[in-house]
Design a binder for this molecule. Structure first.
Ligand code: HEM
Length: 166
């Protein structure tokens, strides 16, 4: 019985991962054919884009200030920064809150890890220089994904170059 569960997990996890990578929004360069195909595909495991987002704000945040928005204080919102853009992910505290799967990206700019599809602490840093083309595309896809789902509350003002140019 136990080995059956392990077997199911071994099969299910990579499948979910592939689905989760494929379901990320396509870049603007993607052909219309593909977008149409995506619209027809079965319901994604990812949350749907929102149509109730507020106009983006441009409040300045230092990386130090961002740390207080890592989900550890329930009275504060949870922020995730990608390529310097600060997103309010509070409504997904089920994934970004303390102890949850993607808390690694909360209260910081973890662009490098997002690009590399890595959940390692050492990769969750703002400096994404040196990423290969595929990882840069993944990172840009994540930025576009967040732009469609989360309110932009500001911008990180003390990113080390070249991570500050979006
Ligand atoms: C076995 C590997 C993985 C599985 C099974 C998996 C599964 C999932 C699932 C089910 C969701 C949707 C969560 C929800 O909306 O509640 C999700 C979202 C997400 N995953 Fe993964 N994932 C895997 C690996 C990774 C890795 C390596 C990264 C590193 C970048 C990553 C980053 C994310 C992010 C940023 C989201 C978006 C959460 C949001 O804001 O909606 N995942 N993943």
């Amino acid at each position: 019985m136990f080995s059956l569960v392990i077997y199911a997990l071994v099969l299910a996890l990579p499948a979910a991962y592939l689905l989760h990578r494929r379901s990320k929004p396509s870049s603007p360069s993607t052909s219309p054919q593909l977008s149409q195909k995506q619209e027809n595909k079965p319901k994604s495991i990812m949350q749907a884009p929102r149509d109730d987002l507020q106009p983006p704000k441009d409040d300045p945040f230092t990386l130090e200030q961002l740390k207080q928005f890592d989900g550890s204080d329930p009275s504060k919102p949870i922020y995730v920064a990608i390529k310097g853009t600060v997103f309010d992910v509070s409504h997904k505290s089920d994934v970004y809150g303390t102890g949850k799967s993607y808390n690694i990206f909360a209260g910081k700019d973890g662009s490098r890890g997002l690009g590399m599809s890595s959940l390692k602490t050492e990769d969750a840093v703002s400096d994404y220089s040196g990423l290969n083309e595929a990882d840069m595309k993944t990172l840009n896809d994540w930025h576009a994904f967040f732009e469609k789902r989360y309110n932009i509350v500001g911008r990180v003002v003390d990113l080390p170059a070249p991570a500050s140019n979006l």
